[in-house]
Write a protein that binds this ligand. Structure first.
Ligand SMILES: *Cc1c(COP(=O)(O)O)cnc(C)c1O
Length: 416
């Protein structure tokens, strides 16, 4: 990307962007919700489309001058429908959290009972965290994972659903490494008369590329962010059965949002085209292979993984036996140029600010072209780092090794 105007008009900001370019280029990105979007997507997001107001929907706008904007938004909608096989798609949500809020606003009354996964078992803040809007506006009943297996306890989901008769069941996961039994979720929702809602923000790329099963054929509503494994711009979409289309559209606009961000919607349209390309299937297949390989390399080094592995792009590790907390591990790994996040483990005895675990994933490293051999090196560096968090000399040596490898794998939009 070219920042010549920022460079001349705002040197302070330019300098910081340059430093961030270096950080992204020279370090290993393992945060599972992050990725590198293409230059084409970045061009759309930085385009003149940011100038336009277009409240409403294609063909039904509240402002003039929409002849090109309608074409762009319709392209995004049609491509998303094709990619996921969805009946109806709304491409306007600004991000994942507003999308979830719009779904609740569309289909629930305040105070209604909803089921969602507990935050410390892998759920998202929008799935009923007591201090969040979702937790305050709705009566969330929370299910969890089985302590032994680390997997969603479908019998508990069934029991809670029978007992609480929720109006909606949310099946969505932000720190859960396993595949989901969508069909079972849908059967349970049907039996208790609940609306089924799947939040595939993390796994949408793997679903679109066919390496994980899709909830779209079963579920009433499915939403996803567009910037995680799907590798598009920061944003979200909502897909639903035709019978909910009107309610969803009205809740997004004017219920919750004003003017849609058409520059981002153009970026989404490009990302969906990229995801329809055969090379996207290769990328997601490798994301999964890399995650499985990284998981097994970590387990070889005596890391305790929640659920003993992964079916997806994501790994959750309990560091208790390694004698470091998630926070200490995150800080030490930052020092060597390996970025991931501290994370609670199911029923974590520690606080979310300094939890027992770390969460990591392979979408970003796979986009850079890294494969199994690199996963082995990454596991080795993680192990050496967290076993020697106070050895500054060793950490700076590891940082150099990390950088040397990273410079062989380009990041879209960054010149070496
Ligand atoms: C990331 C995520 C979201 C929220 O997305 P934002 O764009 O950060 O608001 C919602 N649900 C799940 C499961 C997520 O992982």
């Amino acid at each position: 990307m070219n920042y010549e105007h920022i460079k001349s008009q705002d040197p302070d900001l330019f300098e910081t962007i340059t430093k961030e370019e270096e950080r992204q280029m020279e370090g290993i990105e393992l945060i599972p919700s992050e990725n590198y979007t293409s230059e084409a997507v970045m061009e759309a997001c930085g385009s003149i489309l940011t100038n336009k107001y277009s409240e409403g929907y294609p063909g039904k706008r509240y402002y003039g001058g929409q002849e090109n904007i309608d074409v762009i938004e319709n392209l995004a909608i049609e491509r998303a429908k094709k990619l996921f096989g969805a009946e109806h798609v709304n491409v306007q949500p600004y991000s994942g959290s507003p999308a979830n809020t719009a779904i609740y606003f569309a289909l629930l009354e305040f105070g209604d009972t909803v089921m969602g996964l507990k935050l410390d078992h892998g759920g998202h803040i929008t799935h009923g965290l007591p201090i969040a809007f979702s937790g305050k506006a709705y009566n969330f009943v929370q299910y969890g994972v089985n302590k032994e297996t680390g997997k969603i306890d479908m019998d508990e989901v069934y029991k809670l659903a029978k007992e609480h008769k929720p109006k909606m069941i949310v099946a969505g996961f932000t720190a859960y490494p396993r595949d989901i039994d969508w069909k079972r979720f849908k059967e349970i929702a049907d039996e208790v008369g609940a609306i089924s809602m799947a939040d595939i923000s993390h796994t949408a790329g793997l679903v679109a590329g066919g390496v994980l099963e899709s909830p779209v054929p079963y579920f009433d509503v499915v939403m996803t962010t567009t910037h995680k494994t799907l590798r598009g711009p920061r944003g979200a979409i909502i897909m639903c059965k035709e019978k909910y289309a009107k309610a969803i559209d009205r809740a997004v606009f004017p219920g919750l949002q004003g003017g849609p961000h058409e520059h981002t919607i153009a970026g989404k349209a490009i990302a969906f085209k990229e995801a329809l390309n055969p090379s996207f299937k290769e990328y997601v297949a490798q994301v999964k292979v890399n995650a499985a390989h990284l998981a097994s390399e970590l387990m070889k080094r005596d890391f305790k993984l929640i659920s003993d592995g992964t079916d997806t792009h994501l790994i959750l590790a309990d560091l208790t036996n390694k004698n470091v907390t998630g926070k200490i591990a995150q800080i030490a790994l930052d020092e060597v140029g390996i970025t991931l996040n501290k994370n609670t483990i199911p029923d974590d005895p520690r606080s979310p600010f300094d939890p027992s675990g770390i969460r990591l994933g392979t979408p970003a490293v796979t986009t850079r072209g890294m494969k199994e051999a690199e996963m082995e090196k990454i596991a080795e560096w993680i192990d050496r780092t967290i076993s020697n968090v106070e050895d500054e000399k060793l950490l700076s040596e590891i940082k150099e090794e990390v950088k040397e490898m990273c410079l062989k794998f380009p990041v879209p939009g960054i010149k070496i």
